[in-house]
Design a protein around this ligand. Sequence first.
Ligand SMILES: Nc1ncnc2c1ncn2[C@@H]1O[C@H](COP(=O)(O)OP(=O)(O)OP(=O)(O)O)[C@@H](O)[C@H]1O
Ligand SMILES: [Mg+2]
Length: 281
Amino acid sequence: MKKTFRAALQDFQASLSSVYRGSGNIVVVNNEKGGVGKTTSAVHVACAAVDAGLKVLCIDVDPQGNFTRTMNGADLSQAYVTDNNFISAADLFYDKLNKDKTYPIRENLHLVAATDEMYTVDESGDKSRVIAAYQNVKRIMTDGAFDLCIIDTPPTVGNRQLAALLLADVLVMPLEVDAFSIKGLEKQLTRLTTSRRAGGLPMPKVSLMPSRVDLRYKLTKDQLASLSEVKVARVTPPIKHSGAISHAISAGKATWDVPVSSRKQVTEMLISAYTSALFLY
Ligand SMILES: Nc1ncnc2c1ncn2[C@@H]1O[C@H](COP(=O)(O)OP(=O)(O)OP(=O)(O)O)[C@@H](O)[C@H]1O
Ligand SMILES: [Mg+2]
């Protein structure tokens, strides 16, 4: 008998728990292209991991603050963060991190929020900020005994993106399937390899996750097939364009927690993509 989507979700969470519990691993969601589903993926993975019983740290280095807003249910203002001495994402990029508190959204789910100050991080090209962010995040992960960290990134090149790329144990790259995106991807992967080598770091596990895909076109299917030629990355099953996903994200929830008619099919599709993207097998 075919499993219900609830059973499939439980299996997915059990795998997340067995692979990542106690790992202190950092999953980064990045693509320099905008609107490809980075934040949507970060939110779904974070929700599943917390429901799996993992202690999860979400870090939002995108000043748009969509990950912050969706996970927290509201923006966290600079004043609130500063007054309560919580670490903000901008704080990570300065040498002296005189704070040790991450913002607890609820038990096992903490946030390092993007505030407006995040816009200033990339104004100076000072690379020492990247090293500071690298060291600060590593320290917070150990001090807070987090099982897993998920970093959502902006669709731009700079210190915020570079720090995340250096921190990644697993790099998930949602992408749209078209000729321009695939060309851009090759350049990004070359830069990833160069930066990791320069930092003396081994390559992270990399997954390419075709997102918002419309499989009605032969060209799309051909372009999807051509992705498998990318040597340094695994290609996940595609995520199709689905109104249920954007509906859920606008409600600040994972798709499996929103009662829409296509929930079962869409949840199964997401689980299959994320299972591959997170190297759960
Ligand atoms: N598979 C999908 N089907 C339909 N809509 C989707 C899908 N994935 C994401 N969306 C919607 O597309 C929009 C962009 O997604 P998202 O914010 O996750 O992209 P992003 O890569 O984080 O964008 P940015 O680069 O601006 O940070 C959102 O409105 C989201 O709800
Ligand atoms: Mg985003």
